[in-house]
Design a protein around this ligand. Structure first.
Ligand SMILES: Nc1ncnc2c1ncn2[C@@H]1O[C@H](COP(=O)(O)OP(=O)(O)O)[C@@H](O)[C@H]1O
Ligand SMILES: CC(C)(COP(=O)(O)O)[C@@H](O)C(=O)NCCC(=O)O
Length: 393
């Protein structure tokens, strides 16, 4: 009898124990789901991983600033861990729903960034991140395997348009142009940088030229309608690649500084070099660029008397002049008067934007205008962020 009672008691304890344990496990599971739902920080990010640069934007909500404390730490640590110039603190946007921050890193360092996220365990709060650009495809396995984060693929041109529209609506002084484009072919002159406000009723259609590693050219007909009308493989990647190949400069920022001091006439052939003066019959003045790098072809020892900064300047003018001409021809073909230029090639690159403004004015005989943006390189990442933050729209 005692044995039966004992067995019954033990069985009861075991069953009750199992029920309690199961309940606790369920509670833990529920808590975990709620924790993740509340702390799914991935929805606060937008990522754009291109051929050369990764762009990350993140939203710091006004009502939940503390929750993002870790992520702020990550951003600060991560940006100093790559390069100080990668942080665009001054570009942060203050919106009614919170602050949007911008960070840039080299795509070649992406594995390091993933390792950093894993090391610091930030991935525990992030299940998925909306991501655009080729890297959304190329690196999705890397993110899954190393940190269990899913990259939600978003189309890069759709994100570009979405981000561009957002900035045009919410940032009053975002667009600028150069008035009185009295430049010469070297991008020198007195043209004044001027903020432009275009009413939405006059905005469409326009041409959007995105100068990233390569160049995509879109005709935009409304806030959501666009088509890709052209492209060229001679873009920002070409400039950076040739600079690294032909000069001592190892980074875009170094090349930018050097190109300010450089003299492209040491390298390029002008109409004057060929004609000894103007080519009056076709209204080509002596200082018109006739052949980029042309002088180098005529020298036995091309590098003698040429400085690295001249090479950097000449490359900049060569790439920009070509993009300007392709953009002009595309605008003509697409029947658009205004051409917007974006992409990180134009980041802190006033020589290039002035040169583009000049090229569009020159080719169109002042009928078309080039415009630029202060957040030129972040539209794709912003568009990705907006996929989960429609309330910001
Ligand atoms: N810090 C930088 N490092 C490398 N390239 C830069 C940097 N800043 C600007 N660039 C320029 O921006 C280009 C990449 O532009 P981006 O719009 O980010 O294109 P992608 O999405 O193809 O990477 C580079 O090819 C280079 O010309
Ligand atoms: C393939 C790309 C859309 C990728 O975008 P990116 O990373 O260069 O910003 C772009 O490089 C491009 O449009 N290249 C030119 C391709 C063409 O000849 O049309």
């Amino acid at each position: 009898m005692l044995a039966v009672v004992t067995r019954f008691a033990v069985a009861t304890v075991v069953v009750v124990g199992l029920v309690v344990l199961r309940k606790r496990k369920l509670q833990r599971l529920q808590a975990r789901i709620i924790y993740h739902r509340d702390k799914d920080l991935g929805r606060r990010f937008g990522l754009d991983v291109g051929g050369t640069l990764g762009k990350l934007v993140y939203l710091e909500k006004a009502d939940a600033a503390t929750e993002l404390g870790d992520v702020h730490t990550f951003m600060l640590a991560n940006t100093s861990y790559s390069k100080s110039s990668m942080r665009d603190a001054d570009m942060a946007l203050s919106l009614p729903g919170g602050q949007v921050h911008f960070v840039r890193f080299e795509t070649s360092k992406l594995e390091g960034v993933v390792e950093f996220v894993r090391h610091r365990c930030f991935h525990r709060d992030i299940r998925a991140i909306p991501c655009t650009g080729g890297g959304a495809f190329k690196f999705s396995k890397l993110f899954e395997d190393h940190v269990g984060i899913t990259l939600e693929k978003c189309d890069e041109l759709a994100c570009l348009i979405q981000g561009l529209g957002f900035v045009m609506r919410h940032v009053p002084d975002e667009c600028y142009t150069f008035k009185n484009v009295a430049l010469n072919h070297q991008g020198m002159g007195e043209a004044t940088k001027t903020i432009v406000h275009t009413p939405t009723s006059e905005l469409y259609p326009f041409l959007l030229v995105n100068i990233g590693s390569g160049v995509s050219i879109l005709k935009v007909t409304s806030a959501t309608e666009y088509s890709r009308v052209s492209g060229t493989s001679l873009g920002g990647g070409t400039y950076l690649g040739l600079c690294k190949l032909l000069s001592k400069y190892k980074s875009f920022d170094e090349a930018m500084v050097a190109s300010i001091a450089g003299d492209s006439n040491a390298v390029d052939m002008t109409v004057g070099d060929i004609y000894g003066g103007n080519y009056t019959q076709f209204n080509l003045s002596a200082d018109t660029l006739a052949s980029s790098f042309g002088k180098m072809g005529t020298k036995y020892e091309p590098k003698s008397g040429v400085k690295d900064e001249d090479v950097a300047r000449s490359l900049l003018i060569m790439i920009t002049t070509n993009i300007g001409q392709v953009a002009y021809l595309s605008a003509q073909r697409s029947d658009t008067q205004r051409i917007y230029f974006c992409g990180n090639f134009l980041r802190q690159n006033e020589i290039a934007s002035r040169q583009l403004a000049y090229a569009i004015d020159y080719w169109s005989k002042s009928k078309m205008q080039a415009q630029f943006f202060h957040h030129e390189g972040f539209f794709g990442a912003l568009g990705a962020l907006l996929t989960h933050n429609q309330d910001l729209l």
